[in-house]
Design a protein around this ligand. Sequence first.
Ligand code: C5P
Length: 293
Amino acid sequence: MPELESQKGAGEFARAKVNLALHITGQRDDGYHMLDSLVVFPRIGDHLSATPSDKLSLEVTGPFSTDLEPQSNNNLVLKAIRRLSQAKNCAPPDINLSLEKNLPVASGIGGGSADAAAALRLLMRQPGFTLASEDIHAIALELGADVPVCLKQVAVRMQGIGELLSPLPSLPDFGMVIANPRVAVSTPAIFKGLQARNNPSLPDLPESFASLDQLIVYLRETRNDMQVTAEALCPAITDVLSEMDQHPETLLNRMSGSGATCFALCRCGDEKNLAARIQKSHPDWWVAFSDEL
Ligand code: C5P
C-alpha cells in the first residue's frame, strides 16, 4: 500500500447528522420506512485516520470509545473498508485505522453511519480505490440507509429510505446546540413502535430562505415523526426538550433521528452560552455546539 494520504493530511472528519425535520411517509414491503427529511451537518463529529500496518485493524479512542466493539464483524468502519475493497477486487489494505469517538453511540445523529462514510472517503483517497459516484453511493446504501447522506456531509433533503438526496435552498446562518441524556436508543425499536407511517411529506420548500426567522417559521410546519414514540420509550428525551425550552435563545428545538439527541436552533453567536447553561443544569448530559452548518 502506498504512503497513506492521511499521514500527510488530517484524516477524515465524520460529522454528526442532524434531522431538522423528519417525516415518515410510508413503508416499503421489506419493512424499511420512506422518509422526507431536512438534514444538516454541524461541525461536531468523530475523526478517522489511518497508518500503514501489517494487517487491517481498528483502534477506538475518545470519550465514547468504550461503547464500541472495534474488532466486531458488525463494526461499520471495518465493513465499509472490506466492502469497498471487494468492489475493487482488492484485498483489504493493511492499515491501522484510528477512530476518535466523540459522538455518543445509538443517539440519532448517525455516528456509526458518519464513521462508515468517513472510512469510504478515506479509502477512496488512496490510489486504486476510487469508484464512480453512483457505485460508491450504492455501497454506502448497502452499509446503512443514512450512509449515503453522511458520505456527502452537506445540508440536503433526504427522501426514499435515505438514498434520494436533493439540494436545499441556501440556508441562513444559525447556531446549534445538541444534547444527549446519555441514554442509548434502539432505532429499530422506535420504527417498530410508530403509530402512523403514512404522514404527509414536507411542505413545499421556498426558493430561498431569506432569514433565520423564515427558516424557523418553515420548520414549525414540520415535525420529527419519531419523537412521540421515542419520548414514550425514553422519557429523558422530554427532559432534554424541556430544558432547551427554558432558555430564551432557543428558537426551535426538536429530537434528531430516532433520538435521544435533541437540537436547539439559535441565532449565530448564542450557541456557546446556551450550551454552557444547559450543561451547567445537567452536568451528566453530553452537550455540544456548532456555529457552522
Ligand atoms: O439501514 P440501517 O441499518 O441504518 O437501519 C437500521 C434499522 O432502522 C433497520 O432495522 C431498519 O429496519 C430501520 N430503518 C427503517 N427505515 C429507514 C432506515 C432504517 O425502517 N429508512
